[in-house]
Design a protein around this ligand. Structure first.
Ligand SMILES: Cc1cc2nc3c(=O)[nH]c(=O)nc-3n(C[C@H](O)[C@H](O)[C@H](O)COP(=O)(O)OP(=O)(O)OC[C@H]3O[C@@H](n4cnc5c(N)ncnc54)[C@H](O)[C@@H]3O)c2cc1C
Length: 391
């Protein structure tokens, strides 16, 4: 029988939310155990585009209000952490781009008037031209306007690796999770039969959270899945591009980020409107053809002749949206010792950790001296989709 474990905070789900929270808590002297059933970051986190939004995208359709600016502070907090002097020491994590760009291919600048007046972007957006343009847009045929947003793009696999290092001996590979009850009250969890008692239990299992709640006999908080059909291209003709390309609507027509593949080539990872509802309905071959047409029209100088293509279907997991839910805050619900939530964005992992820490402080939860952990089986690191689909 495996030994019984006592810890301060037991976290289930090692995506960016669970890993970031775990590292913050350990830094504050709490003991933690972080349980993962598949791979570290392998859910949504390594499938994300890695953009550390500051809210500019939401300002485009007026959704970012003065009262919901947690996200506006995220680029600063990440920048400090990446420099090694923030709330976590993330020095060594690879930064893919210092900026994300907003690119308006036609004469859409009129649509941008209220955008530039909004608080989220004021003083943080500069138009760029000529050799300041992202490499993929540097061609004499390029028309349109490009603005530089003060939003970073991080290499998520290296982020997950660093957060896993900061997790020390607290990572646990575990599949079967059952409630550990005492007089009908949840006091911990049984993970693969091993009892783990904790002062607080946090569920940050992304799309797996709904099922975990069901297992614990709870129906709330309710979760929603938002399906996406992303496009992946890899080839020698692709140069770095980190940009939202604007269409006529309120959402970016296409959002391109560029990632290093293990073989040294660049991968374009494409989302935005193209990956949402209509894109989800398309078959993979149709989705690829749609992306090829978009690129041929927007960037006709890009040589796609030797490019390899794939698509990836993945769901975003979020709290069920109501008219009141803002897209730019992390979400946390509490029930006794149990805390349940979704960061809603990779960028908002710090906000998710803040909410858990505020709850612990409010309830007077302090680090308690606990026995050192026994050696635990570790989950593997998540692998980017392009390494699996376009090896
Ligand atoms: C295509 C795409 C692009 C995105 N781009 C961006 C972006 O550019 N910027 C941004 O800020 N956000 C972006 N996001 C959103 C962002 O990826 C997510 O909000 C964030 O990664 C969620 O982190 P998480 O830790 O909650 O979930 P996940 O990363 O999904 O992690 C949850 C973990 O829990 C584990 N788990 C599930 N069930 C169990 C169980 N029963 N027991 C133990 N473990 C379990 C899973 O295996 C997984 O590892 C994007 C999302 C998608 C899908």
């Amino acid at each position: 029988m495996p030994s019984v474990i006592s810890t301060d905070v037991l976290i289930v789900g090692a995506g960016v939310a669970g890993l970031w929270l775990n590292a913050r808590l350990r830094r504050q002297g709490f003991s933690t155990v972080l349980v993962e059933s598949a791979s570290l970051g392998g859910g949504q986190s390594v499938k994300s585009q890695g953009i550390i939004h500051g809210g500019a995208k939401y300002a485009l359709h007026g959704a970012l209000t003065g009262a919901s600016e947690a996200i506006a502070d995220m680029p600063r907090r990440w920048r400090e952490a990446l420099a090694g002097n923030g709330e976590l020491d993330l020095s060594g994590v690879r930064l893919l781009s210092e900026a994300h760009y907003l690119w308006s291919p036609g004469t859409l600048a009129g649509n941008l008037t209220s955008f530039f007046a909004s608080k989220a972007v004021r003083g943080r957006v500069d138009q760029v031209k000529g050799d300041q343009l992202p490499p993929a847009l540097q061609d004499k045929r390029f028309k349109g306007k490009v603005y530089r947003l003060a939003e970073l793009v991080v290499d998520v696999p290296s982020l997950i690796q660093r957060l896993a290092d900061l997790a020390g001996d607290g990572l646990l590979a575990g599949q079967t999770i059952e409630p550990l009850l005492e007089a009908g009250v949840l006091v911990g969890l049984k993970v693969d039969g091993r009892e783990i008692r904790a002062q607080r239990i946090v569920l940050s299992a992304g799309a797996g959270t709904a099922e975990l709640l069901e297992h614990l006999g709870l129906s709330r908080p309710a979760m929603q899945r938002r399906p996406l059909h992303m496009i992946i291209a890899k080839g020698p003709g692709l140069k770095p591009l980190y940009a939202h390309c604007l269409g006529g609507g309120t959402k970016p027509r296409i959002t391109v980020t560029t990632h290093p593949a293990a073989d040294g080539q660049w991968v374009w990872y494409m989302g935005g409107d193209i990956a949402e509802s209509e894109g989800v309905a398309r078959e993979p071959a149709e989705q690829i053809a749609t992306a090829q047409k978009e690129i041929a029209q927007l960037l006709p100088w890009i040589d796609l002749s030797t490019t390899q293509w794939a698509t990836l279907r993945v769901d975003r997991a979020e709290p069920l949206q109501t008219g009141l839910t803002r897209p730019d805050n992390a979400f946390l619900a509490e029930e006794g010792r149990l805390l349940v939530g979704w960061p809603t964005k990779l960028a908002l992992a710090p906000d998710f950790a803040d909410r858990v820490i505020a709850s612990l402080q409010r309830d007077g939860i302090q680090p308690q001296a606990t026995e050192p952990l026994p050696p635990l089986p570790k989950p593997p690191l998540g692998v980017p989709a392009w390494e699996q689909l376009l090896p």
